[in-house]
Design a protein around this ligand. Structure first.
Ligand SMILES: [Zn+2]
Ligand SMILES: [Zn+2]
Ligand SMILES: [Zn+2]
Length: 276
């Protein structure tokens, strides 16, 4: 499997939409890998994870057709991960000759937001032929039409919502996509025990600082990595990636790389492609 990181920032982007802090000014000046858009990833050019307000920009920049995508995994309802108003443009007259139907997989909060967008803004009479919604639950695996076996797992992220992270399997390879979440709950460790992971993608929103309960920083990423090793998920072929960064974490891309170098982690940036 091949994962491409399309957007690697937290909710506000980096530089953040309305921010003039030093970390944002520095990112603007540095450019390149220090410019981070909102969170999204693409597996094998086919399976999309999350749909932020920057999804349209990602498709233009990384040259793929959103109309070709038929499966979308949504982690949770925060707007940097799910921007449903864009999705209702997949119907006619806004979209022509798109592939089949896009299935959105998500929890009940995500479903509610999609239904609100449909009820209030939809003027595509045949939208149900272009987009459908499938509600998913933690620990209940399903298979997408492209043949990915997907297991939603519970994140620790937001009150009053069962936010999800995902285990994605195909052709004997496994990717664990672990944002947004604080240090993973015991059910996640119990589920993953003894399962070999080819790629582990961690929430590193707070960089040098502690992430608190809803996110992690590098120190918690290291602790999570130790736990993955303890329960037998990691061998010398496993790639570990830190992802989803906030300007409040402050570290530039090269500073992050320096910090995680002793552990062999990779630092995600917009556009990064990794073969798992
Ligand atoms: Zn986020
Ligand atoms: Zn800022
Ligand atoms: Zn979030």
């Amino acid at each position: 499997m091949k994962i491409q990181y399309l957007g690697t920032a937290a909710a506000e982007g980096w530089p953040a939409v309305f921010c003039k802090c030093e970390a944002c000014k520095r990112a603007t000046k540095l450019g390149g890998k220090d410019i981070r858009t909102r969170s999204q990833a693409l597996i094998d050019g086919k399976l999309l994870i999350d749909f932020p307000p920057d999804a349209y920009w990602h498709a233009i920049t990384y040259q793929f057709y959103l109309g070709d995508i038929e499966s979308l995994l949504v982690t949770h309802s925060h707007q940097d991960h799910f921007y449903p108003l864009e999705l209702i443009l997949r119907g006619s007259p806004y979209a022509h000759e798109q592939n089949g139907c896009l299935t959105i997989y998500g929890n009940s909060n995500v479903k509610r937001l999609y239904e609100i967008a449909l009820a209030e803004e939809n003027d595509c009479p045949d939208i149900s032929e272009a987009v459908s919604f499938q509600k998913v639950e933690p620990m209940k695996s399903f298979t997408t039409k492209e043949g990915y076996q997907v297991t939603p797992l519970p994140a620790i992220h937001k009150e009053n919502e069962r936010c999800l992270i995902y285990l994605i399997e195909k052709g004997g390879k496994r990717i664990f996509y672990g944002n947004d979440s604080g240090f993973y709950p015991e059910e996640v460790w119990a589920y993953l025990k003894g399962i070999h992971l080819d790629l582990i993608s961690l929430d590193s929103t707070m960089g040098n600082f502690s992430g608190g309960t809803g996110h992690m920083g590098i120190a918690e990423n290291i602790r999570a990595y130790e736990r993955f090793k303890e329960i037998g998920c990691v061998d010398e072929t496993t790639k570990v990636v830190v992802n989803h960064f906030s300007h409040n974490g402050q570290l530039s891309h090269s500073e992050l790389e320096e910090m995680v170098k002793p552990y062999g982690f990779l630092v995600a940036y917009d556009g990064l492609v990794i073969e798992a």
